[in-house]
Design a protein around this ligand. Structure first.
Ligand SMILES: [Zn+2]
Length: 407
């Protein structure tokens, strides 16, 4: 039986891209787990022929991933905290937020964003289902409710705390399995004259940049401005403005308000860009599977040629996106003997599915590989600087996406 669209409930009969079966991309393995069976889930992404939402059915439930010991603390990334600080400055200026205002954030994580509003004397509330990160937020002075946001919880919170002038839902929309319940929760939280702000990766950039490694099990929905506006409209929210950001390979920041609204020129511009790329039709989405094949062919040709010529290759980085890529391409230790990563929690671990070992970066200077394959391509400039010393022995840096390229 075909799964149903999470936005309009039509049966999903058409493939956007099928990356096969893969283990969850953050389930790194200890050496003693390597002989055990691994659970894999489908990465078969569909497009709805009725509403055009590109989506992955929620094979892995959000509750399994975002549990109490969920380890992702946003504050670990300095650049991310700075991005959040600029966001709060922008919104405070634009909406005139001050001491009498109330700001709520859905998926507020460890308070990395709301702490900037607290510093301005603005009343805030975080909504964060993961117990561990919610505790960290409270320690920063950010009051936090540990629930998933939906229509019921949003209504209850608004009854207790009052409606919000600003509801922030940055980088969460793509990760909610029950999309309609979530956007209704946003509507329940926001005041009739208030604003909702959302950030999410832009499907137009994913397609243009062949960023297929950003497809993973917890990334349930892949939005254009058109489909995001349709989801918001289902809850009575209208898009008023949009901004294009460079985060996550190219994201949109969308502002929406309750009721009828007049969209900005920028909204018309982004919708026109999407139409020019064909993303207003089902057919306009159908070339992506071939683009993905080209990336796979380029990477495998490079690795096979290097192996035949007796040249050594090492990886740099062990990001979740690298696991989508390596599993889809079927790369194992015979083609990529190891990768290195700066995160000490990953040292001595093995990548899910491919079982490629992860070492500290110092291993590069010991092994002196001929080629270094940069898996987090979005950080290629930063990484090329960090490992500039590898040029001493003539190592060449390689990125696999959007096409195989020597840096
Ligand atoms: Zn649909």
């Amino acid at each position: 039986m075909n799964p149903a669209c999470r936005l309009c409930a039509a049966p999903l009969t058409r493939t956007f891209v099928d990356l096969g079966m893969s283990p969850p991309c953050e389930s790194y393995l200890r050496p003693d787990q390597l002989d055990e069976p691994e659970t894999t889930y489908s990465l078969h992404v569909r497009i709805c022929e009725r509403c055009l939402l590109v989506q992955l059915p929620a094979h892995v439930a959000a509750e399994e991933i975002f549990t109490a010991d969920y380890a992702y603390f946003s504050s670990y990334s300095d650049s991310w905290v700075a991005h959040a600080g600029r966001f709060v400055d922008d919104m405070a200026a634009r909406l005139g937020l001050g001491a009498g205002s109330f700001v709520v954030e859905a998926a507020s994580n460890d308070g990395y964003l709301l702490q900037h509003a607290v510093a301005r004397g603005i009343r805030v509330l975080g909504v964060e289902p993961c117990g561990g990160v919610a505790d960290a937020a409270r320690a920063l002075g950010v009051p936090t409710e540990s629930v998933f946001l939906g229509e019921r919880t949003g209504t209850e919170i608004a009854e207790r705390h009052g409606p919000a002038d600003l509801v922030v839902a940055n980088n969460v929309l793509a990760h909610v399995p029950d999309l309609l319940d979530f956007v209704r929760g946003l509507r329940a939280l926001v005041a009739d004259g208030g604003t909702v702000s959302l950030e999410f990766p832009h499907l137009l950039r994913l397609i243009e940049g062949r960023q297929y490694d950003t497809i993973y099990h917890e990334h349930y929905s892949y939005f254009t401005l058109r489909t995001a506006a349709a989801a918001l409209a289902a809850a009575g929210l209208a898009v008023v403005d949009v901004e294009e950001l460079s985060t996550h390979g190219g994201s949109l920041r969308v502002l929406a308000r309750p009721g009828e609204q007049r969209p900005s020129e920028m909204v018309e511009k982004v919708l026109a860009d999407e139409r020019a790329a064909g993303l207003h039709t089902v057919e306009g989405h159908t070339g992506f599977a071939q683009e993905v094949f080209e990336v796979k062919a380029g990477l495998l040709e490079f690795l096979l040629t290097a192996a035949r010529e007796g040249r050594s290759v090492a990886g740099y980085g062990a990001p979740g996106k690298g696991n989508t890529l390596l599993n889809h391409c079927g790369v194992r230790e015979d083609l990529l003997p190891f990768t290195v990563d700066r995160n000490p929690h990953k040292h001595g671990m093995h990548l899910p599915g491919t079982h490629i070992p992860v070492h500290p970066p110092e291993r590069l200077a010991e092994v002196r590989p001929d080629y270094i394959l940069i898996l987090p391509w979005n950080l290629r400039a930063e990484i090329a600087q960090q490992i500039a010393y590898t040029r001493e022995w003539g190592a060449r840096l390689v990125v696999p996406i959007p096409r195989l390229e020597f840096v």
